[in-house]
Ligand binder design. Structure first.
Ligand SMILES: NC(=O)c1ccc[n+]([C@@H]2O[C@H](COP(=O)([O-])OP(=O)(O)OC[C@H]3O[C@@H](n4cnc5c(N)ncnc54)[C@H](OP(=O)(O)O)[C@@H]3O)[C@@H](O)[C@H]2O)c1
Length: 308
């Protein structure tokens, strides 16, 4: 555990920066629950799958290929299932929705944890006319979650992996006139935009689900050394690794907030909020702007409507 994690005080619910996924789920039984996690083969997704399975949950894990997901989940044993879900390929996401629906055999999903993501691509790339980080992190999950909404349990929870890096998004939050990033691509700005999109998606879906017991929230997991940093330059990666001992979270601590929001009774009635260190936090103001959230939803629907 890093020095900072040892020193930082806990939040009002007794959990905080140093809490691990095992700690925030201690004593909970997830027997009979099905929890879907995207990006289950690496980093925070892998740890989330391990810990929620340890508590008795049935894990539906997705990865870019079914083989990758199945291999990652194999050590969990039990009834966990792996699915292909390449988020930048609409046909793969739609195939995942169908496969999950049929594997449920009439049962419901108790939590969908939209964890998969890419960060800070050095050169601009795009999918279907949309900058690739925005497409993968936001549009891919938009398609997945909307496809699975009818399969979500009455008290089901949706958890979006955002990031404190949402503060690096453009000034306006989302540049609706530059969704391809062609005008002035910058790696971190584009990542920030995709992560503020995760926040805004949670906000708008929570609004749409008002009056139900379903919840939707976004989380910042902390800063953790995982494969996510693969596109960072080697010098930055070195300092990142060094920082693990001083200030960063380890993977167990990094998976804590998403596990808390997905299954802890303390988060059962909270919706449309942003969590960090297992507690409600305040995002940048554009990250909770209802009008921008609605506009992003409509823009996403338009994008999805023209996908093959
Ligand atoms: N680590 C941090 O410090 C940090 C901080 C803030 C927020 N986050 C967020 O936390 C989440 C998990 O990140 P992590 O740190 O665990 O990173 P990671 O170890 O790189 O895991 C990311 C996962 O996303 C998957 N993925 C990437 N592109 C995909 C695509 N096109 N289709 C399907 N799956 C795809 C990866 O699959 P492959 O292995 O096949 O590439 C991997 O399973 C991300 O959303 C990230 O933005 C992380």
């Amino acid at each position: 555990m890093s020095l900072y994690a040892r020193l930082k005080p806990k939040g009002v619910n007794g959990f905080g920066y140093g809490s691990t996924a095992e700690e925030v789920t201690a004593g909970l039984s997830l027997a009979g629950k099905t929890l879907l996690i995207t990006g289950c083969n690496s980093g925070l997704g892998l740890e989330t799958a391990r810990v929620l399975s340890l508590r008795g949950g049935r894990i539906f894990g997705t990865a870019r290929s079914a083989e990758k997901a199945t291999t990652a989940l194999a050590p969990l044993g039990g009834s966990s299932l792996g699915f292909a879900c390449e988020l930048s390929q609409p046909s793969s996401v739609r195939g995942c929705v169908k496969a999950v629906h049929s594997a449920l055999e009439g049962k419901k999903i108790d939590a969908v944890i939209c964890n998969a993501g890419i960060m800070a691509l050095p050169k601009r790339e795009e999918a279907f006319g949309v900058e690739l980080q925005l497409f993968t992190n936001h549009i891919g999950h938009f398609l997945l979650v909307n496809g699975l909404l009818d399969d979500l349990a009455d008290e089901g929870r949706v958890v979006m992996l955002s990031s404190s890096a949402h503060s690096m998004a453009p000034k306006v939050g989302i540049e609706f006139d530059n969704l391809s990033g062609q005008r002035d691509y910058a790696a971190w700005k584009a990542y920030g935009q995709s992560k503020i999109a995760n926040l805004l998606f949670a906000k708008e879906l929570a609004r749409r689900l008002e009056g139900t017991k379903k919840t939707v929230n976004a989380v910042h997991p902390g800063v953790i050394q995982t494969n996510l940093s693969r596109h960072m330059n080697p010098v930055a990666q070195f300092f990142f690794g060094f920082g693990e001992h001083l200030v960063l979270k380890n993977v167990g601590q990094g998976a804590a907030t998403q596990c808390y929001v997905a299954v802890h009774p303390g988060a059962a009635t909270v919706s449309g909020r942003y969590f960090a260190d297992c507690n409600v936090a305040e995002p940048r103001k554009e990250g909770s702007d209802a009008a921008t959230a609605k506009k992003l939803w409509e823009a996403s629907e338009e994008i999805v409507a023209r996908l093959p």
